[in-house]
Design a protein around this ligand. Sequence first.
Ligand code: CVU
Length: 545
Amino acid sequence: MSSTYTFPVLAEQARAEDGVVHTVASGDLRLSANQTCWPVQEAFEADLERAVTALGRRVHRAHPVDAEQGHGFIASQRQGIEVFKTIPPDAPVILAEAVWQYSHHVLAGLRTHRGPILVVANWSGRFPGLVGLLGLTASLTKAGVAHSILWSEDFTDDWARAGLRTWLETGTLTHDQSHVRDLPALPETEEVALGRALAAQLQREKAIIGVFDEGCMGMYNAIIDDELLNPLGIYKERLSQSALVAEMNRVSEAEAQAVRDWLDAAGMTFHTGTDEATELTDAQLLSQFRMYVAALRIADDFGLDAVGIQYQQGLKDTVPASDLAEGLLNNAERPPVRSRDGARELYAGQPLPHFNEVDEGVAVDSLVTNRIWTAMGFDPATTLHDIRWGEEYDGRFVWVMEISGSVPASHHGGYDRSWSMRQPSMYFPLGGGTLSGVSKPGEIVWSRVFIMDGVLHVDLGRGTAVELPEEETRRRLDATTPEWPIMHAVLHGVDRDQLMARHKANHLNVAYTPDADTADKALHAKAAMFASLGVVVHLCGDVRI
Ligand SMILES: C[C@H](O)[C@@H](O)[C@@H](O)C(=O)CO
C-alpha cells in the first residue's frame, strides 16, 4: 500500500544467541559518583564474568565503557532505553550493581524485556551496591516485572555459584522466605484496640504528607499513587524545592544562628573547617539551619503531618545537604522555630516526621509510627536506614544499617552523642553536615511499606540495636561511609539471605521502645493499624503474637 504519510521504520531486533548472557550496569546520575565508584564496579563485573564463563556461558556487556567519561554505567533513562534497543528481547540479562543506582535508568528496558532477568550485587559495604539491588528489585516488583536476585562477595562461594547455575539453566532463582507469614487473627488487647482506633481516626480526619519534588534518584518503588494512598486517609501536598529555597532566603541569619547556638549548647559536635569543597563550614551549616526553619514554616502553612525533601536532584546544586534539617525534624527535642510573626512555636515538643529522599513508603510508615508511639507514650522519633551491608560478629549476623546522612538525635542517646560531618563530595557537591552517631542499644520494631501486585503491603519485624566494641564500629564505618550514622542491628529470626530475598526497598524503618515487652506491644498496635487501613500485613521472623 502506498501512502503519503511517513511511517516509522523500526530497526530489526537482534536475536538471542545460544549461551550468551547480556550484562548491564545501571549507575548514578552524578558523574562524580559514577567515576569514583567505577573501579569497584569493574572488579565486580570481572568476578561475575569469571563465574558465568566457568558455567559455560559467554558474557556480552550490552554497553561500552565510556573512556572519556571515565566509567561504564548507564547514567540516564534515555541511555538505558538506547541500550535495551540493542539487547535481544528474549536474551538472558544480568544487571550487575556494585553501586547505588537509579532504577528508572533501566526500568523502561526491563518492562518490555521478555528474557530472564537477574539482578546481582557484590556483598560489600564499600559503595551502596546492595542498596542499589534492593531499590531495583523493589521497583521491578512494583512494576510487576518477573526477575530474580543474587548477591555474593566475589561469586566464588558455592551458594552464589549454585544460584547462578540455577538461574542460567532455568531462567529463575528462588530463595528461602519461610520467615514471612501473613498476619494471624489478632488478640483483643488494648494495643490492638489502639491501632484500630488510630486507623479509624486517620481515615476519618485525614492527614497530609508534603512532598518536595516527587521521585528521588529513580526510586520508582518509593512513589505511591494517590489511588493507593488516599484510602488510608493520607493525601499528598505536592511542593516545589524552589519554594523551599525561596523560604530559606527569608530566614534571617540571626534565626539560623539561634539554631546553631541551641545545638552547641545541647552538646552536638560539628567537625568544621574552611575549605568549602572538602570540609564542613559554618556557612554551610547556617544554610542547613535556614532549611530547617523554612521546612517547618512551609509545613505549618500547608498543615502538613509529615514532610519529605528530595534534595538529590536540583537542590544538590543549589544549597548544602538537607540531611541535618531532616534529622532535626525527626526528633521530639529540637531547636524551637516560631511562626513568621513570632506568635507561635511550630510543632512544639514533637517531631515533624521527615521521609528522606521523598520515600513515600517511609512517609506512610513514619506517620503510623508517630501516632502509635505518641499514643503509647514512647519516644516517637523514627527514621529510615539504608540496608547497607552486614557481617557476623561474635556468632550473630549484625547488619550495618546506615542512612545517607541523618537520624534523630534521640536514637544516638541525645545531641551530646551526635556529630555532624561534611557529606561526601561525590554525592554532595555543596557539602552540608550530617546528623551522625551510633544508634544506642535497645529494642526496635522494624518495618517497610511497599507495593506488590498493585496493592500496599507492610513487612513488620522485631530487632535489637546492639552495642559493638568501638574498634568494630570503626571498622564497619570505615568499610562503608564513615560520615553517615550507623545502627548495628540484629533482626530477630531473619537471616541475612532471607532479608535480602524478601525486602522490597532500599530503605527500612526503625523505632525504639523502652524494652522487649513494649516493642512487642507496639508491633501489635502497628499490625492492627495497618490491617485496619487495608494494608496487607506480613510478619517477618520471630514476632510474638
Ligand atoms: C547519597 C546516596 O546516593 C544515597 O542517597 C544512596 O546511597 C541512598 O541512600 C539510597 O537509599
